[in-house]
Design a protein around this ligand. Structure first.
Ligand code: SAM
Length: 278
C-alpha cells in the first residue's frame, strides 16, 4: 500500500494470509513509474533510493535491481549444477525474465517459460530491459501465457530442470503452493531431473511448510539460503528436489560462466542449515 509518511510518499508491503500481520516493511518512493491492474494482479514499478528499481505484484515486492542477481543466481545455478548435463528447462512464473537470463548462461537446448500474465512480461521488458539482457528474444526460448496448474499436467518425465519462480501465495498463485502441485512438478521432471523453488523467507511458517512438503515429495531435498536485502525479515530460502540425483555434490569445481554471487564455495556454505531446520 502507498501512504504518506514523514511528509513523503512511501510504499509498505501488504500482508499475505500465510504470514504474520504484525509487522511489515517499506521504502520511500522516489518515482512511481508504472501502476496498473492486469487481468490477474496489480503491477507496480517504483524507483527507490536504497534498492534501485523495484517490481511489486499485488502489493508484494518481487525484486529490486540492487539485489536481484543474488536471488536469481541462487534460484537457478544450484539446480543447473546439481544436474550433470541440463538441456531442457522449464521456468514456472518468472515473468520478469531474470531467472531466464541465468538459465541461458548454460548450454541448454530449450527453455520453456510459463507465466500466466503477459502484462508482467511486457512491463518488465520496458522497465527492466537492462537486467533482462534480451533473454526473451533468445531462439531457444518458448513463452506460454497460461495458468501453470493445468499447463504442467501435459508433461511427464520431460524436463531436466524445473525452476519455480512464482509469486508467494497471492490470489493468482495460491493454488500452486501445495503437495499436489509439487507432485505435478516432480512428474514433469525426468527421473534424473532437478527442480528449484523460491520458497520464501527462511523463518516464516509458510516457508517451513513449503520445505516440509517438498522434502516429502522428492527423495533428495536440499535448501540453500541467501540474504536478499529487499525480502525482510530473515534470509531467503531456495529449495531443490530430485527423484534420483543425490544433492550432496555438484558437477563443477569452478564455474566458467559469468556470475556475481554464486560459486561452488557459496553453494556448499549456503546449504548449511541451523540444527532445528530441514
Ligand atoms: N521473485 C519473485 C518472488 O519473490 O515472488 C517471483 C517473480 S515472478 C515476477 C512471479 C510470476 O509468477 C509473476 O509474473 C506471475 O504472473 C506468475 N504467476 C503467478 N501465479 C501463476 C500461475 N498460476 N501460473 C503461472 N504463472 C503464475
Amino acid at each position: 500500500m502507498k501512504k504518506n509518511f514523514l511528509g513523503k510518499k512511501w510504499f509498505f508491503e501488504d500482508f499475505l494470509d500465510v504470514e504474520s500481520s504484525y509487522s511489515t516493511w517499506g521504502f520511500e518512493i522516489k518515482k512511481e513509474l508504472f501502476s496498473g491492474q492486469s487481468k490477474f494482479q496489480k503491477i507496480e514499478v517504483f524507483d527507490t533510493q536504497d534498492f534501485g528499481r523495484v517490481l511489486v505484484l499485488d502489493g508484494i515486492v518481487q525484486l529490486s535491481v540492487k539485489n536481484e542477481f543474488v536471488y536469481h543466481e541462487m534460484l537457478v545455478h544450484p539446480a543447473m549444477f546439481y544436474h550433470p548435463n541440463p538441456k531442457k528447462v522449464l521456468i514456472i512464473g518468472g515473468g520478469d525474465g531474470m531467472a531466464l537470463r541465468e538459465v541461458l548462461k548454460h548450454r541448454v537446448d530449450e527453455v520453456v517459460l510459463v507465466d500466466i500474465d503477459k502484462e508482467v512480461i511486457q512491463v518488465s521488458k520496458k522497465y527492466f530491459a537492462k537486467q533482462i539482457q534480451g533473454a526473451f528474444s533468445d531462439k531457444r526460448v518458448k513463452v506460454f501465457n497460461e495458468d501453470v496448474l493445468s499447463f504442467i499436467k501435459q508433461y511427464k518425465k520431460h524436463f531436466d530442470i524445473i525452476i519455480v519462480d512464482l509469486t508467494d501465495p497471492t490470489p493468482v498463485a495460491k493454488f500452486c503452493w501445495n503437495k499436489k502441485f509439487y507432485q505435478d512438478v516432480s512428474n514433469a521432471l525426468k527421473d534424473d531431473g532437478v527442480s528449484g523453488f523460491q520458497s520464501g523467507s527462511l523463518n516464516e511458517p509458510f516457508s517451513k511448510k513449503v520445505r516440509r512438503d517438498l522434502s516429502k515429495t522428492f527423495n533428495y531435498f536440499k535448501t540453500h539460503r541467501a540474504f536478499i536485502e529487499c525480502f525482510p525479515f530473515s534470509e531467503y530460502a531456495f529449495s531443490f528436489g530430485s527423484k534420483k540425483i543425490n544433492l550432496d555434490k555438484i558437477s563443477i569445481k569452478k564455474s566458467k560462466i559469468n556470475l556475481k554471487y554464486y560459486s561452488p564455495k557459496i553453494h556448499f556454505v549456503s546449504s548449511a542449515m541451523p540444527t532445528s531446520e530441514l
